[in-house]
Design a protein around this ligand. Sequence first.
Ligand code: 78U
Length: 380
Amino acid sequence: GAFDEYGGRHVPEPLEEPLERLAAAYDDVATTEAFQTDFRDHLEEFAGRPTPLYYAANLSDRYGADIYLKREDLLHGGAHKINNVLGQALLAERTGRDRLIAETGAGQHGVATAMAGALFDLETEIYMGKKDVERQEMNVFRMRLMGAEVNEVTRGDEGLADAVDAALEDFAENVDDTHYLVGSVVGPDPFPRMVRDFQSVIGEEARDQFLERTGELPDAAVACVGGGSNAIGLFHAFRDDDVDFYGAEGGGEGADSSKHAAPLASGTDDVIHGMKTRVIDDDVDVHSVSAGLDYPGVGPEHAMFRAVGRCEYTGITDDAALAAFRELSETEGIIPALESSHAVARAIQLAEEGDHETILVNLSGRGDKDMETAAAKFDL
Ligand SMILES: C[C@@H](c1c[nH]c2ccccc12)[C@H](N)C(=O)O
């Protein structure tokens, strides 16, 4: 398959044909000039692209390497998620679907999907674990404020993985009028490659900006990896370049501990949510201080990158991520999302190791959503 032994379409028979039709529709529609123009126009006028490539001079001086931040935190909605929901909502509209469904745990992707549903006037239903609904009240309110229905999922652990299962069931029953807007480069084919293609605008811009700015390519590219969409979105444009890739996973209490979300650093090959990929071991409880990385699996393209050695994956602990969260805030006046803080922590480690002169970091989101979590950790 597209990702060697990883990926595929490991789904119950009723989903086979709908996914084949979705893949065909994607290949037909998304490659047309009309679609690309519509997509780019919305990315510019609604989402606020292009995002700046910011040279973090203070952080660079502190660690003796040139660290550049790709500012996806400045997009509408505060994260890279908007790139994906615009692409998929346009695809849904052009293939005659008038209903969107999505999964969410932290609520970030649910809010982004509700934005697209409002913008394109599509009926929107977000599947969200009951436990997450209770702890993410403000995101639930934002979704409802934009006209989306929030469907409380009460199966399993009442978390993100259960929301994905519920959404896949809905999709199987309503393929004719419903598009399942998947929140990351996960799920059965075509979702991982479709989300990658929509997120690849990040790396395309960053590669042009970096060459324009420095005349060269970066020595290293760094991004956090939950499902892995912002990382793949950054890496894809550089895939044939001599640029080292570094994936910062949710190391929780340590990738060798029993509480983490780092299946690439420490996990096994397995099938989850319709894809063959890497999954944390059975004796590990999925955990990360950041909800966006709090997922037991990962995109299959990352599993392939790990297998072929194209990217090095590290579990960044909660404490290291929180330290980076604070350090970027104090050093550059930029409050990163807790998810993105994992990438900042990894970039700082690389700068200290001294093997890379220039380091490109995907600042995938802003930290406003994390104020309560951080305030409980730091007595300032
Ligand atoms: C990152 C995003 C998300 C949504 N769906 C996902 C699937 C796999 C991994 C992550 C996600 C987040 N957890 C959310 O609930 O919005």
